[in-house]
Design a binder for this molecule. Sequence first.
Ligand code: NAP
Ligand code: ZN
Ligand code: ZN
Length: 351
Amino acid sequence: MNTKNVKAFGTAAPDAPLKPLNIQRREVTANDVEIEILFCGICHSDLHTARNEWHGTVYPAVLGHEIVGKVTRVGNAVTKFHVGDLAGVGCMVDSCRVCESCLEGLEQYCEEGNIQTYNGADKHLGMQTFGGYSESIVVDEHFALRIPENLDLAATAPLLCAGITTYSPLKHWGIGPGKRVGVVGIGGLGHMGVKLAKAMGAHVVVFTTSAAKQADAQRLGAHEVVLSTDEQQMEQQRGRLDFILDTVSASHDINSYLSLLKRDGTLTLVGAPEHPLPVAAFSVIPARKSLAGSTIGGIAETQEMLDFCGEHNITSDIELIDIRGINEAYERLLKGDVHYRFVIDMASLKN
Ligand code: NAP
Ligand code: ZN
Ligand code: ZN
């Protein structure tokens, strides 16, 4: 298969800094689009993967799955895009397309495992997939998304992971007017969860460990903000929430959050800490509570989320960085010191 040499930024080992390298992209086949990447968000999953915290990282690893850019080439069977269109790519670039989940538009739950944008098994080139910290990407048009033209492009990139990962569970668990929703952790995912739950009409309660983020949480749309290290503030929320979206990236006590649910309430994990989280049986038994999980969203739902954000004028709050600042950005991400998503200006990779 013909390939093209492309500039990228990646890492060769769990403890190595990210640095420039070259990767191969396939030439477009009939159903592919080639996208020149203009902006790429930095998700905490990039950091977990770069440092092999979930195990199984294949090196060199090129991260990045919040990709937006311009279509530069299309295969001869492509119908969704033309050269010059804006397009986005999120966390998946392929799936089996024929299992029950795929046929229901739930490619993220493909029974053979979806093919992730990075550190997945590239069907075409027989090696690991490479993500968006690169000049361009080639992807089957089914896995490329249309980007609303009215939104700021750099601030739209994080919708491709942080946006859909929070939108999908909010929809699945029926969030809307009359529901009291807790969002735990105000980082990339959490701040999108607040904006989306508010736009869906819910009453939003934010839980943060960072006193400095309290005022911001209100600006983002929270109706109430709880400093989760303050026992009294936590106690005031006991038994009051219908649903909790937990976006925390590190070990934390989920039993204290389960105690905040009403009878039949659900706590859904989207955050994926490296180590298991202990759960006490009596955190869920007495009021028939559910502990659940959710991952990203299907392609159709991702398009629905982007269109919803276009209609409601919702984007991410971002700090735009040069790609040379990426190692420093990772260190700040680790400390929860991001307001609220780093996005790489990919023009900086060209220089
Ligand atoms: P992020 O921007 O780093 O945000 C995580 C937030 O969690 C921090 O801002 C902080 O919020 C809170 N936090 C961090 N360490 C904590 C600790 N030790 N105790 C309590 N709170 C802590 O990360 P992100 O990009 O939003 O990603 C969050 C998690 O979701 C990651 O594990 C990521 O891998 C995972 N993820 C999952 C999916 C999926 O499909 N399920 C998709 C994308 C990402 P406060 O300062 O407000 O406390
Ligand atoms: Zn992500
Ligand atoms: Zn499938």
